[in-house]
Design a protein around this ligand. Structure first.
Ligand SMILES: Cc1cc2nc3c(=O)[nH]c(=O)nc-3n(C[C@H](O)[C@H](O)[C@H](O)COP(=O)(O)OP(=O)(O)OC[C@H]3O[C@@H](n4cnc5c(N)ncnc54)[C@H](O)[C@@H]3O)c2cc1C
Length: 415
């Protein structure tokens, strides 16, 4: 068939997980044919700068490429960009693309991430309403900035808050609309939420908590404001919607892969379909740092480490996924570094003084350290890692004392 290509490993999704899977395979001397097929027109680039320095105009696109084009060519990794996979035939071992092309595979790694969740209300498709997931999203948004004075950020998660920080610095009047009673409610403890809420307020952001968006209003097809339940109108020429993602797994689920809120994978990244693996934002896996409960993690660390796990399985040296989760976020002059998963913690210990803008919050569960949020506190982050990795039980009084380095608590037997 003329319109059919075939590869030993086909990677679907040219993002963080897809790029790392190809890299790790070649690093492990995999000599077969590899292709990455991705619906975006770009070769793999870093997504975190999209809501940080790329949005701020401080980094050009070339500097956020994961590798330069020559790198992929030299390693004989084919980049099939601008092509979307629409269906998977696990028996024939081939996928169909939206352009009608068919691509065969020996093994497939599904690394398709997710698509931004859309607001379910009227006006979600007005001009001036943006998400921040791709370079195209951000480039589109940037072309409208000059004519924008007021921005409504819908969703007070990391992406919404990072965008709010950048746009405030660019002189825009920003309102953050959050449905929960605190920002970062899904990912952080109360104290961190309150700290970031106060920081944004101090920078002039109007942070509105516990509000429900009724609809987006517009004129001549362009947004003019956000109508809240209760009737209030928040005027805005632009809205940024950061309310999470929907995992991009429809073709896999249609092919009867097990899943729901992502595709289910085992400890080696295998889906329930033969020779198909999945990694990154779309992969639901039993995570040892979440008591082996099935979760999806949305982080560069998780995409990269799962991709390496899958490369190991494919090259015949399987090793179960057991990476310590970590994450970061930059807002204003604050660098947050997180290690571990705080979900389900039963105690929080504050270490340092938030007023001094350098502190950490240690999360405990039944006396054991499960996570740290470190704000401008890289040493705590580095030294706290072994506490999380080992699930170490530590004395809250010692954790709270910044004069005691965390590394001294990492080896309780030595105390
Ligand atoms: C604005 C922003 C800021 C972030 N900041 C941070 C941060 O500071 N720290 C951190 O750790 N993480 C951050 N993240 C999260 C991190 O970027 C993701 O967790 C990571 O990109 C996940 O990698 P992935 O390979 O699973 O998916 P992605 O990197 O999203 O790549 C998936 C690719 O697959 C493509 N695709 C989807 N469906 C198909 C299909 N059917 N056919 C072909 N291609 C398809 C998509 O278009 C996309 O290019 C941020 C994310 C965003 C959007």
């Amino acid at each position: 068939m003329a319109n059919r290509q075939s590869f030993d490993v086909l990677i679907v999704g040219a993002g963080h997980g897809g790029a790392q899977a190809a890299l790790a395979l070649r690093q492990r001397k995999f000599g077969g044919r590899i292709a990455i097929v991705g619906e975006e027109p770009e070769i793999p680039y870093e997504r975190p700068p999209l809501s940080k320095d790329y949005l701020a105009g401080e980094k050009p696109f070339e500097r956020i490429l994961i590798r330069q084009p020559a790198f992929w060519e030299e390693r004989d990794i084919a980049m099939l960009t601008g092509r979307r996979v629409v269906s998977v035939d696990p028996v024939a071992h081939e996928v169909a693309c939206a352009d009608g092309g068919i691509i065969g595979y020996g093994r497939m790694i599904w690394a398709a991430g997710g698509h931004p969740r859309r607001l379910p209300c009227e006006g979600h498709d007005l001009a001036g309403v943006h998400s921040v997931r791709t370079r195209a999203d951000v480039d589109r948004l940037k072309t409208e900035l000059a004519s924008t004075r007021r921005v409504a950020v819908i969703g007070g998660g990391y992406i919404g808050l990072e965008a709010a920080a950048v746009l405030t610095k660019l002189g825009k009047a920003v309102t953050v609309l959050e449905a929960q009673g605190r920002v970062l409610a899904r990912v952080a403890g109360e104290a961190l939420s309150r700290f970031y809420e106060a920081e944004h307020r101090a920078h002039g952001v109007d942070v509105r908590l516990g509000v429900t968006v009724e609809r987006l209003e517009g004129q001549d097809g362009r947004i003019t404001g956000v109508r809240l339940a209760g009737g209030e109108l928040v005027p805005a020429e632009m809205a940024i919607v950061g309310i999470g993602i929907v995992p991009a797994v429809e073709p896999l689920l249609a092919a009867r892969a097990e899943g729901g809120d992502g595709v289910s994978v085992d400890r080696h990244g295998r889906t329930s379909l033969p020779d198909i693996f999945a990694v990154g934002d779309c992969a639901r896996h039993a995570n040892p740092f979440a008591e082996d409960l099935p979760i999806r993690l949305e982080s560069v660390q998780n995409a990269n480490d799962m991709a390496t796990t899958v490369a190991k399985a494919i090259t015949g040296e399987p090793e179960a996924y057991h990476a310590v989760p970590w994450f970061w976020s930059n807002q204003y002059d604050l660098r947050l570094q997180t290690v571990g998963l705080s979900t389900g913690h039963d105690a929080e210990v504050l270490r340092g003084d938030p007023a001094g803008r350098s502190f950490s919050i240690v999360y405990l569960k039944q006396g054991r350290v499960v996570a740290l949020d470190c704000v401008n506190a890289t040493r705590d982050y580095a030294q706290g890692r072994p506490l999380v990795a080992g699930g170490i039980a530590a004395d809250p009084a010692k954790l709270a004392d910044p004069a005691i380095p965390l590394k001294e608590l990492a080896n309780p037997a030595a105390e």
